[in-house]
Design a binder for this molecule. Structure first.
Ligand SMILES: CC(C)(COP(=O)(O)OP(=O)(O)OC[C@H]1O[C@@H](n2cnc3c(N)ncnc32)[C@H](O)[C@@H]1OP(=O)(O)O)[C@@H](O)C(=O)NCCC(=O)NCCS
Length: 173
């Protein structure tokens, strides 16, 4: 049992912990270990704070019955001035032991519904090309591969893919 709710500033440090833990397990062998080892809670907190304090952006968290945050997803307006997709999922991360139980889907839908209430029906998410399980997740939710690009982390280029939903209505019925 878990609850999905909007995050507040009080949640920042616990969201950052999930973010860093999930980064470590997800990107081991995909992103340089040096970069993974350099990640700090402060780095993540800064990023999440800039989302929560922006009135057009938001974060949902998944809490278990004890109140522990086990995952989060953030979204808002698309950030790269894409002509087709108006909204973006900025991040979606679960602790490894809570993956594969439907929590990611529920967080994803919560973000999609909130974007819809904010007048945004088209959404894109960027995913590293080697993050196969996340790609499977987006495809299972009807996302289509619509873009290829790259992401630079500490001077190293990684290929990434944009998964898009032109009309998210079918996800919110
Ligand atoms: C990606 C992530 C958010 C998905 O959340 P989740 O709770 O594990 O996924 P769910 O249990 O909600 O699965 C939803 C659907 O995706 C599919 N799916 C999820 N993970 C999958 C995988 N590894 N392989 C194949 N399908 C997968 C499920 O089969 C399910 O589809 P179905 O309902 O048709 O069976 C989560 O696994 C995670 O945090 N991963 C690590 C971080 C990450 O990669 N984030 C994305 C960065 S771009």
């Amino acid at each position: 049992m878990y609850k999905i709710r909007l995050a507040t500033l009080d949640d920042l440090s616990r969201i950052a912990k999930v973010h860093i833990d999930s980064w470590r397990t997800t990107y081991k062998g995909i992103v340089s270990q040096e970069f993974i080892d350099s990640l700090t809670s402060e780095w993540s907190e800064e990023r999440q704070k800039s989302v929560i304090t922006n009135q057009n952006k938001f974060i949902y968290v998944a809490e278990d019955i004890s109140g522990k945050i086990v995952g989060f997803a953030s979204g808002g307006p698309e950030r790269m001035n894409d002509q087709l997709y108006k909204g973006e999922i900025y991040a979606i991360y679960l602790l490894e032991e809570y993956q594969g139980k439907g929590i990611g889907r529920d967080l994803f839908i919560a973000v999609i519904k909130k974007l819809k209430r904010n007048g945004i029906n088209s959404v894109i998410v960027l995913v590293l090309e080697d993050n196969i399980s996340a790609i499977n997740f987006y495809e299972s939710l009807g996302g289509l591969k619509v873009k290829e690009g790259s992401l630079e982390l500490q001077g190293i280029q990684y290929k990434d893919i944009g998964y898009g939903w032109m009309d998210t209505s079918f996800l919110t019925v």
